[in-house]
Design a protein around this ligand. Structure first.
Ligand SMILES: Nc1ncnc2c1ncn2[C@@H]1O[C@H](COP(=O)(O)OP(=O)(O)O)[C@@H](O)[C@H]1O
Ligand SMILES: CC(=O)N[C@@H](CCC(=O)OP(=O)(O)O)C(=O)O
Length: 263
């Protein structure tokens, strides 16, 4: 099996042009098959505010009414995705920017209304992703760059969390490739003390995760990220790492970087 790296970058890296450029150079230098998944929630919130629309998030998930869907479609598929693709092209990486609707690569179902109506938020399901089609892009020499948008197959775009997309892509492609999933963000990894970059936890298994949650050492956006990461590691993905976007270049080193998840 050939190796595949799926790398996800979040809003805080995208929002910092120095960090973003450094990351995109290191991403380009990564050898072999690779896929980039990007979020951009922070930029979407900023753009919403400038348009007079207050962003509403519950447990890190955006309530996506019709106006918000228009904004996130413009911001994720347009502004952020195309800028990243253009930068990657500049570095010699033949990137192709995609939503889940392009090539029918990722379908989702509109989240059912329970206590909260999340609007046009899309949940992935078994069979959401067609790995063979994505493999054709990789074989064709392209580097797919996915944003946080999916579609329902009936003409409706949906907003889907980028961490979830990255995890689902990694699981779907792990039948075809030896897949490594890396969540890159603005800290060295999962920290014992969120204010101390030297307190990196090098490895976490499900038991330790439960303990870290109870002690509230892991909270907010890190909780859904870890849940997605553990789903990936328990469903055939070879390795899952959570680390700093500046450290991607150290992926080749044996010592590795960031926090590594174990089963
Ligand atoms: N123990 C922890 N170590 C590191 N980050 C943590 C921890 N607990 C909570 N976090 C928070 O999780 C955030 C990452 O999640 P999120 O904001 O969703 O990132 P992204 O937008 O990159 O996906 C960090 O910015 C940090 O504030
Ligand atoms: C449904 C939902 O919440 N979608 C996310 C998609 C973007 C994202 O995941 O961005 P980060 O990775 O930067 O957080 C949102 O709109 O915020």
């Amino acid at each position: 099996m050939q190796a595949l790296h799926i790398i996800k970058i979040g809003g805080n890296v995208i929002d910092n042009s120095e960090n973003l450029h450094r990351f995109l150079k290191d991403f380009t230098a990564l050898e072999g098959y690779k896929i980039l998944v990007h979020g951009g929630g922070k930029v979407a919130t900023q753009v919403s505010e400038t348009m007079g629309i207050t962003a509403k998030l519950v447990d890190g998930r955006r309530i996506t009414d019709i106006d918000t869907l228009r904004i996130v479609t413009m911001v994720y598929a347009g502004l952020i995705n195309k800028n990243i693709v253009a930068q990657l092209q500049r570095y010699g990486n033949n990137a192709i920017g995609l939503t889940g609707a392009d090539g029918d690569f990722i379908r989702a179902k509109k989240r059912p209304v329970k206590t909260i109506d999340y609007g046009f938020a899309g949940d992935l399901f078994d069979g959401s992703i067609n790995p063979e089609n994505i493999s054709k892009l990789l074989d064709g020499g392209f580097t797919p760059v996915f944003c946080a948008l999916t579609h329902d197959g009936e003409g409706q775009m949906l907003n889907t969390n980028a961490d979830t997309i990255a995890s689902a892509l990694a699981v779907a492609l792990s039948g075809l490739y030896e897949t490594t999933l890396v969540y890159c963000f603005e800290k060295k990894g999962v920290l014992q003390d969120i204010n101390d970059e030297e307190s990196l936890i090098r490895e976490i298994n499900p038991e330790r995760y439960e303990k870290l949650k109870t002690e509230q050492i892991i909270h907010s956006g890190m909780l859904p990220k870890m849940d997605n990461a553990f789903t990936a590691i328990s469903c055939g993905v070879k390795a899952v790492i959570i680390g700093h976007s500046d450290d991607l270049g150290r992926l080749k080193n044996k010592s590795g970087f960031g926090t590594r998840l174990s089963k």
